[in-house]
Design a protein around this ligand. Structure first.
Ligand code: FEO
Length: 402
């Protein structure tokens, strides 16, 4: 059985957290050796019991056990589903199948067809909540706020007025399995490490939709909501410094980067590209830049999720591509597609292509990067074994200073 934890947030408010260290590729693509958690919440009011979200289907047994450790599952009156992605809804049909009466489900108007299609559910009562609809339960009033594209178009968050708490599902989430449940259980160093995982989560999962973050933050603020507690669907609950995770999301939304950091990404089949890149790296380091290096070689395969994180938080990129059968090396083809989709701010690129008999990669890469945020400002095209001209590297540095 996977490890789960149940903790009291307040006398009638609980978190149920599953620590998933088994998923290797979140969404079937993002490597997460640090793991991830699925957080669900229970509100146990005198007259009503409300469940917010579930866990991934693989952990349905543990989920039901966790719920039962707090309430009788048949006492659940309301289930709020903030987002239909199966990491939050997969265990819900299993729970419903064990109940002898069906709760009322509250979710976005787009949720119903997804629930039916994903899980074959015969839903008896589902309330499609409009933006800013409220549910007055006497001892607590819940406001549902639409936050489209964070992460899907049907995503909502819940504001609990009496607890002054926001339950936010993917919004303000992160990768990793923190030792503590609450932010005040981690020291400054661990929080800093956690915020790195949070940025990695943001760029991989929400990167494509990041333009929707600021409007959502502004919308919540315009409602006069200043939560003293932020309870996301992944990672830490923020009760000491909720402003920290809000600020981290703002930095991500604005694509803020380290002015002193350059990320180098390349393929090297026989060491020619690697040798060229090492020379470039030495030059950049001698000019005071911190380098994050990711190389695909006959001995190395970097993590795509880490490439994306480093690229997103860098001032500029150096991209090195081996010609492969008169085309881009397939690894770099894939990486460029991902970067072009997830990076939103313009990144100057030094494009390095290395060839044996003809440089098709230069032309193809140039075309691929047209109309994307990746902006080649300098090119180095070399026959394998040739030495790069430092003047071109110097030109690149001059251009990224502009
Ligand atoms: Fe954590 Fe978009 O699901």
């Amino acid at each position: 059985m996977a490890l789960y934890r149940v903790a009291k947030i307040a006398k009638d408010f609980y978190v149920l957290r599953l620590d998933d260290t088994e998923t290797k590729y979140f969404e079937g693509i993002w490597e997460i050796p640090e793991g991830i958690t699925y957080n669900s919440y229970l509100l146990t009011l005198p007259d009503k019991t409300v469940l917010f979200d579930g866990w991934k289907k693989d952990y349905s047994e543990e989920f039901i056990e966790a719920v039962k450790s707090i309430v009788d599952i048949n006492d659940i009156d309301v289930v709020v589903l903030h987002h239909m992605e199966p990491d939050h809804t997969g265990s819900i049909p299993v729970l419903l199948s064990k109940m002898n009466r069906q709760p009322t489900i509250y979710a976005h108007p787009m949720a119903r067809p997804m629930l039916i299609s994903f899980y074959g559910l015969k839903i008896q009562r589902i309330i499609a909540v409009k933006d800013k609809d409220t549910l007055d339960l006497g001892d607590e009033k819940i406001t549902f706020i639409h936050t489209p594209w964070l992460h899907w178009p049907e995503t909502i968050v819940s504001y609990l007025e009496r607890h002054n708490a926001l339950i936010t599902c993917d919004v303000f989430g992160s990768y990793s399995v923190p030792k503590g449940i609450f932010d005040d259980e981690l020291n400054e160093e661990s929080i800093s490490e956690y915020l790195r995982y949070a940025r990695k989560y943001m760029v991989t999962v929400i990167g494509y939709y990041r333009n929707h973050v600021i409007p959502a933050l502004n919308k919540i603020a315009a409602l006069g909501i200043q939560p003293s507690l932020i309870a996301p669907g992944h990672g830490l609950i923020w009760r000491k410094s909720p402003g920290k995770i809000i600020e981290a999301y703002r930095a991500f939304a604005e694509s803020r980067y380290d002015d002193n950091k350059i990320t180098m990404i390349y393929t090297s089949m026989y060491g020619f590209v690697e040798k060229t890149m090492e020379k470039i790296k030495d030059y950049l380091e001698n000019n005071g830049y911190k380098i994050a290096e990711h190389k695909f070689t006959d001995k190395d395969e970097p993590l795509v999720s880490e490439i994306l994180l480093d690229a997103d938080t860098s001032k500029a990129l150096v991209v090195g591509i081996s010609n492969y059968e008169a085309s881009l090396h397939p690894h770099m083809d894939n990486i460029l597609n991902i970067l072009a989709k997830k990076i939103k701010a313009s990144k100057p690129v030094l494009l390095v292509t290395v060839y044996g008999w003809g440089d098709a990669a230069k032309t193809l890469a140039k075309k691929k990067l047209e109309n994307t945020p990746l902006n080649p400002v300098e090119y180095i095209s070399l026959r394998a074994g040739a030495i790069p001209d430092t003047e071109m590297i110097k030109n690149f540095l001059e251009k990224i200073k502009e």
